[in-house]
Write a protein that binds this ligand. Structure first.
Ligand SMILES: Nc1ncnc2c1ncn2[C@@H]1O[C@H](COP(=O)(O)OP(=O)(O)OP(=O)(O)O)[C@@H](O)[C@H]1O
Length: 308
């Protein structure tokens, strides 16, 4: 459905993205993750036909985004980081207006608008003026305008940005509900927001693709689950005890407190605790680290900093 090859964009001398390559299959929900400035918006703008690449190729449903942008635009719905809404219109008027812009036949406009409102939970505010809506509802209107022409691909740039925790949960549910009917590419810099919604993640950092796969695949490739500990006592003794459970990494060792990570299954926590205390060491903290995406993402991006 989407093929990206060697995608590069320079702003003047600065490469915002460099040599990106990935493919996305029909019906997948993909999370595009990266810290601020990683290059997410730049990539999504190119996929959304609002920015030309410096080099490389993007093909969506067999159509090139540069030479066949008209065909591509018919197949995509794009929610930019700032939703393009006309505040003085009602929700219904605005969505009907966007439907007309996207070549939805006049006879089908009402049903398209109704369906978009249904999918995004906007039915109750159909007649409300957009300027009177909360930020969360406006964001839904932004999403509804992206899907009113029933595109096969939805490109959503940080759809949860600026929402409160409840609105984030609601937006996540809305996006999850789109699965099946649409292929979805959704960006975020806040990982827990995206990990529950997406089938697969693309992690971008400083304009390059660091890793891709499901959360489980990414965790596995990085060594799988582990146990985190804070221990006070003799370093050599602590290493000796913990090495019996798996590879040990000492992350910090100031003020006599050792922060340690043991590559071991979280269900070994009771045995690890007994061994540490039995060896005369003080156990200050013991956590399971089940390859949570947040930790994973920080490790990936931090590792990249170190290698750079
Ligand atoms: N119009 C522009 N002109 C010059 N540089 C730009 C422009 N737009 C983005 N950049 C730079 O390109 C890099 C990538 O920006 P981009 O907006 O794609 O990142 P992002 O991952 O979407 O970050 P954010 O979440 O902060 O929007 C950044 O260094 C940014 O400063």
């Amino acid at each position: 459905m989407i093929q990206v090859e060697g995608l590069t964009k320079f702003y003047g001398e600065h490469a915002a993205i460099r040599d990106l390559a990935f493919t996305i299959g029909q019906g997948e929900v993909i999370g595009f993750l990266g810290l601020n400035g990683a290059g997410k918006s730049t990539t999504l703008k190119i996929l959304g036909c609002v920015l030309l690449p410096t080099s490389g190729r993007v093909v969506i449903d067999g159509h090139d985004v540069v030479s066949q942008s008209h065909e591509v635009r018919q197949r995509i719905g794009y929610l930019p980081d700032v939703p393009p809404v006309y505040e003085e219109m009602t929700v219904g008027e605005y969505l009907a207006y966007v439907a007309r812009l996207r070549d939805v036949p006049a006879k089908a406009t009402a049903s398209h608008v109704g369906e978009a409102e249904e999918k995004t939970g906007l039915r109750d505010v159909h007649g409300e003026v957009i300027s009177t809506l909360s930020h969360g509802y406006r964001q839904r209107v932004g999403l509804a305008q992206a899907l009113v022409h029933k595109p096969s691909l939805l490109i959503l740039d940080e759809p949860t940005s600026g929402l409160d925790p409840l609105q984030i949960v609601e937006m996540r549910d809305v996006i999850r509900g789109l699965k099946g009917a649409h292929t979805v590419l959704v960006s975020s810099h806040i990982l827990p927001e995206i990990s529950q919604t997406c089938d697969r993640l693309l992690i971008i950092h400083k304009g390059t693709l660091l890793a891709q796969g499901s959360e489980e695949e990414l965790s596995r490739s990085l060594g799988g689950p582990s146990i985190m500990l804070e221990v006070r006592g003799d370093r050599a003794r602590a290493l000796e005890v913990l090495q019996g459970f798996g590879a040990v990494e000492v992350l910090e060792g100031t003020g006599g407190v050792l922060e340690m990570k043991v590559a071991a299954a979280p269900d070994l926590r009771p045995q690890v605790a007994r061994a540490v205390v039995g060896a005369g060491l003080e156990l200050l903290r013991l956590d399971a680290n089940e390859g949570q995406l947040e930790a994973l993402f920080l490790r990936l991006t931090h590792g990249q900093e170190v290698r750079a």
